[in-house]
Structure formats: C-alpha cells, structure tokens
Design a protein around this ligand. Sequence first.
Ligand code: NG6
Ligand code: CA
Length: 514
Amino acid sequence: MLSRLLCLSCLVSCLLAAMASAHDKPNIIVIMADDMGYGDVSCYGATELSTPNIDKLASEGMRFTSGYCSASTCTPTRYSLLTGNYAFRTKGTGIAPPNAPAIIKPGTETIASLLKKADYQTAVIGKWHLGLGGDNGPDWNGQLNPGPLEIGFDTCFLLPTTNDRVPQVYVKDHKVLNLDPKDPLWVGNKKPSEDHPTGITHRDTLKMDWSHGHNSTIHNGISRIGFYTGGHAARFRDEDLADKWVEKSVEFIEANKEKPFFLFFSSHDLHVPRIPHERFQGKTNLGFRGDSIIQLDWCVGELMKTVDRLNLSEDTMIVFCSDNGPVMDDGYKDFALEKLGNHKAAGPYSGGKYSVYEGGTRTPFITRWKGHIPSGVSDEMVCTIDLAASFASMVEVELPAEACIDSFNVSAALLGEMNAKGREHLIQQDNGSSGTFGLRVGDWKLQRHSRKSSRNRIVEQQLANTKVPEFQLFNLAKDPAEKNNVIEKYPEVAEAMKQKLNIQIVAGRSRFDE
Ligand code: NG6
Ligand code: CA
C-alpha cells in the first residue's frame, strides 16, 4: 500500500514537474516588422487601414506603449536584438552592404545560443541583413559560413540583405538555394560589363521607378543597390517573399511542435521595394506601403493559426516588434507619401527611420502567451535589446557577465506581471556609431546630435525643419512630439542626463547588476 502511494505521489510530482517545465519553457516566436512605425497598425491608432490579426494578438496579450527597438535603422537593431549589446559599441554595425561579412562573430552569445542551452530548436526565417561569410565576405557559390548557424541557430532560411540590395536569392543554412553551378552567382559594387542593364540605362523598362540610389542591376523589373549576374535559377520574385516566410515557418513549427522552439520571423514588410503579392495589391488606399502592412498582418494571422491548429497557443509566447520607425520615400517611387492621407505612420511621434526622435525607435511592441500573459496595456519601457536577457531568465539559463551587456531582464514586464518594472533608461541610436543619440529616462528625453556627422545633422534638420542644437531636452509626458526643447528651463536635468549618457558610453556596458 505504502509503496503504491509512494509511486502515485512520484507520478504526481513528475507530472507537476513536466507541467512546470512546459510552463517555464514556452516556444518563442519573435515577429519583427521592417520599417513599421508606432501608428502603422490599427491597435496603435491607425484609422486608414485595419490590421485584424495584429490587433487580435494585442487584445489577447500585452500591448506596450513604450516598446522600442534600439536603433532607427535595421542592421544595428538586429545586431542588438540578437546580441543584447548596443550596436554603437561595435564598429561595422551600420546598414550592411550586399557583400558584408558576418557582423556577429562566431562565439558571440546571442538569443539563439542562450536558448540552445535550454534545449531549444532555433531558426531564423526571413530578412538577415547582418552579413555572411568570413572577412572576405560571402562566397555566394560555396559555403556561406559563418552566418546564423555559427551563432546559435540550428537552421536558417534567409533573404541575405534587404531586398533593395542584391542578390534576390534565398539562403538555406550554408548555401544559396537552387543555385545551378553552371550559372554562378557574382555580386559586386562595380558594373560588371559595359552593356549590363541598369536602372539608369533601362529606366523605361522598370515596373517601379527609383527616386534615389537603387539604380544598379535590374531584377523582376526593379533596379537595386549593387550589381549581380548569374544565379538565375535561384532568383525569387519580390511578390512571393511573404508567402515563402510563412511556408518555411509553418514547416519549422510543425517539425518542432514536440520540443521547445525559437523562431525569429524576420519579415521584409514594409521595407522598400514594397512589392506585396498580387492578392494584397490595392487592398488599402495608401498604396503599396499600406498593402504591405496588410500582407504582414496576414503573415501574423497565419502564424497564430498554425500555433492554434497545433494546440500550442498556451505553450507559445509571441513577441511582435519592429526594427525601426517609418519612412515614406526610401528610394522608390511607390507614392507612399502622396497616398498617405490622414495616416500617421509614427503615431503622435516625430521623426522616423534614421532619426533619434521617438518616431525612429518607438514602435509597436506586443507580447502574447495565452493563459500566461493577461490581456492589457503596459506603459513600462521595454526594448528589443532586452529580449536576450529576458528570455534567458525565463528559461533559467545563466547570462555570462561578459555577454548581453546592455540587455535587461524585463521578463516580468513582458509577461504582464502586476507592478512589474521595465527598464529605467534607454539609449536610442541612429545608424552606425555616428555619436548621435537619444536617452530616455522616465519622462525625460535628451537628444545629443553629433557635430561629427554632417549627414545625420542634415537628416535631423530636415525632419525637424529647423536647426537642431547639439543638445535638446524634452518632457515626453507633456510633449511626445519633441517639439518644445526645455533645456534652458531645466539645466540641471539636462546636465544629469548628459552625464548619464556619457557614463554609459564610456563604461562600455550598461548591465552591471544582474
Ligand atoms: C539606405 C538606403 C535605403 C535603405 C536603407 C537600409 C539609399 C539611398 N538608401 O542606404 O533605401 O535600404 O539603407 O534600410 O540607398 S534598413 O531598414 O535595412 O536599415
Ligand atoms: Ca528596417
């Protein structure tokens, strides 16, 4: 009798342990939009289009009003998301050119390598834009190594850069998919021959005209940044990208439904060239930029459906975020600005992509984990850079002191726990390591505009349509649009903020205490 009882209690405790570990180790899907602003989805106030799937995600989870990415361009935000380090600390983390080598070196701790320590199956599907290959860059016809597989991902299915850059091929693990060795792929930044058609020589044949840059090699009627030849069997159509990301993600989720998995779903929507699938074209009055938002919303819906169909909704945490704020004309004449109407892509904020105004980095940010995250709205400050430390904590993997040096464990806030705190301060950067920064602490926001980088100063001046001083101070609670510089009224606040920014830059890290 006693031994039976013991057996039974053993069974119960095993079951409880199994339940606890299922709870502790949710599947994780991070959906990152590209160039999506705070006001681009209806649950964040958009009225000129409707995003029912993203809205559903928000209504079933936590919608953050102070959710950020760490930079206002793609490569540095993605670098920080994966490594948990501010990108400005490392040279070469600005927007990556077509032939960039792998920016995150093998051996660097990343979200994926941390989750691997907790036995996760890990995948990145979609836009990469963090370089591939050793110091000489990608060997397009050989092994594309190192890449995601050398920093903790078990598998990858990628658009190697952004789709306005060459080449238009998929990379599966270490290889260009469907590459015919008899038709090798060449990628470069010089015109390969006199008669090579470009967006300049064959402008009248283009299906979407360019407005600046983007006038080199033509593929699918669109001229791009950079040149390439060959690899014809491997080339894709822009219209099919979103379908491909969904197809490959569904395959990955199905194959791993029994074990914990981490999927980084890295959408290309709504980056230029905005060429949504034909079935989404014309779905909004906002042109292809709006239609691309609808396409992304469809992708989110497909991922949610898959998770539901496999009965994984209560075992899967989904995070929705963006890599930088909005931009209208980013090099192609897709009439995003002309068709904007009343749409406010950055919501109440100023600036957007390339900017340290709030519009550059304050973006939609949603977490959903059915049965675990209550539905609601959170004003706590969280950032994509915090996902590494937060996930590590959730799955009880120790964070090495030298890794993820700017990533804070805000898991309690992400999980919507009562009275949970987000981060207290956040440095916002533009592209690369120009020295132009935003620092938010509570309601205060300091902007420091580098005097070194004239390009940045020009961009900021255009955005603000005024001469931007080196330092500006704003009270975001009273002035979310950062229009009223109060630095002269609050000199001591500004001084403390300047010092705080300096200390964090000079110290070389901002996570000390965990
Ligand atoms: C810029 C491109 C822009 C876009 C951006 C990267 C020009 C004139 N502009 O240099 O079109 O590709 O880089 O965007 O070429 S990001 O979202 O991937 O950072
Ligand atoms: Ca981007």
